[in-house]
Design a protein around this ligand. Sequence first.
Ligand SMILES: Cc1cc2nc3c(=O)[nH]c(=O)nc-3n(C[C@H](O)[C@H](O)[C@H](O)COP(=O)(O)O)c2cc1C
Length: 154
Amino acid sequence: MDSTNYRPRIAIVYTSVTGNTEELSRIIGSCFSDEVNVSLFRIAEFPLSWLCSYDAVMVGTYTWGNGNVPTEMHSLYSALETAARKELITAAFGTGDSFYPDYCGAVDRFRDMLHVRTDLAVTLKVELMPQERDWDRCRKLAELILARLKINAQ
Ligand SMILES: Cc1cc2nc3c(=O)[nH]c(=O)nc-3n(C[C@H](O)[C@H](O)[C@H](O)COP(=O)(O)O)c2cc1C
């Protein structure tokens, strides 16, 4: 970033029905230091017009049906697909159940699109409710976003 006083803005936008992805989103949010300005939004609280206000957008989703993106995330998917912001740093993360053949399929759907349309930095899949062992993976994810923002992790 150009200015030393500038704190990059990161949005974590998630959806969650039973709380697993919400918990994962909160853990990820807590892995960032004050060097960045991190805001956590449920998808229903995030106007899509705000996409252009962030340096990085991290998308958190569970998977539904047979590897599907949940309905409430479709408009965010389309907005990111058409935003024409190749410089936007992104991450796709989520929770799923490996009982299903398309484990965390919604994360894969976002990953494939974000890789083409944005500057995708990292993806993360977590089995159901995040466990102790997942904290390191969340910290790593945050480090990769910070590296892309050209901020050294502490
Ligand atoms: C009807 C139904 C379909 C599901 N389909 C998948 C699936 O295809 N792939 C997967 O990884 N998980 C699947 N899941 C599991 C959820 O994605 C998983 O429980 C997730 O952690 C829920 O997240 P949440 O607690 O944030 O709502 C399914 C769950 C239900 C109830």
